[in-house]
Design a binder for this molecule. Structure first.
Ligand SMILES: [Zn+2]
Length: 227
């Protein structure tokens, strides 16, 4: 058993299988679970009473096996490739590829019909990186699978990877263009939101566009490799 990243709606079902299945994640995700899991449970409880009820008594899952960057799992002839992507949507993102079925599970690196979720909550959480996320999407889109299983929304094809890559690229370019011309962050966010809604009128999660702009405003090219 594995999860794509530590966020509650992705990882907090894992303890249901404890004792029955081995829980396997990458090192950065294990660290995220331990360091940030409890805070995110509390934050999600504040979202609504319904969510709070569902999280009542939930225990933080503890990984049984932790790998570094990559791990191949042999499920009796079917190989499943677990790959840490490095920091992007979270610090410990992982994609899962099943080569013989040509399927890629992306977690929240990809959503269908939704603006990219940027959990940019300074000063509490600033792990999301638009630049690193874009680099991951460029890499994934260059070697696309036939089927993509996103973190939220419908299953789709390789075009889902290109959609997120193009969105992040435009977001970066439009944000930096305004930053370079000393446009205020408020105006930048308003203009980019208008632009993105025009391009993707049917996408949900519009509230994430401002977070994404704020994140990109704080980022600079040539990020340190060791971050
Ligand atoms: Zn997430």
């Amino acid at each position: 058993m594995t999860t794509t990243h530590f966020h509650p709606e992705h990882a907090l079902g894992a303890q249901t299988f404890s004792g029955e299945a081995t829980y396997l994640v990458n090192r950065a995700q294990a660290d995220d679970l331990k360091a940030k899991g409890p805070g995110y449970i509390e934050m999600f409880k504040g979202l609504s009473e319904a969510v709070a009820r569902r999280l009542e008594g939930v225990e933080l899952p503890r990984p049984d096996v932790v790998y570094g960057d990559s791990h191949d799992l042999d499920l009796g002839g079917r190989i499943v490739e677990l790959r840490a992507t490095g920091r992007a949507h979270s610090r410990g993102d992982q994609v899962v590829r099943v080569p013989d079925a040509d399927v890629l599970f992306t977690g929240d690196l990809v959503e269908t019909g939704q603006f990219a979720i940027f959990p940019w909550f300074p000063p509490h959480d600033t792990d999301v990186s638009g630049l690193r996320w874009l680099a991951v999407m460029e890499r994934l889109a260059a070697d696309p699978p036939e089927t993509v299983v996103p973190g939220h929304g419908d299953i789709g094809g390789a075009d889902l990877l290109g959609d997120v890559r193009d969105y992040l690229r435009l977001l970066r370019d439009e944000t930096w263009k305004r930053r370079d011309s000393a446009v205020s962050e408020e105006t930048t966010a308003a203009e980019i939101k208008a632009l993105m809604l025009e391009l993707h009128p049917e996408w949900t999660g519009r509230e994430w566009i401002e977070n994404a702009v704020a994140c990109l405003c704080a980022e600079h090219s040539h990020p340190h490799q060791d971050e």
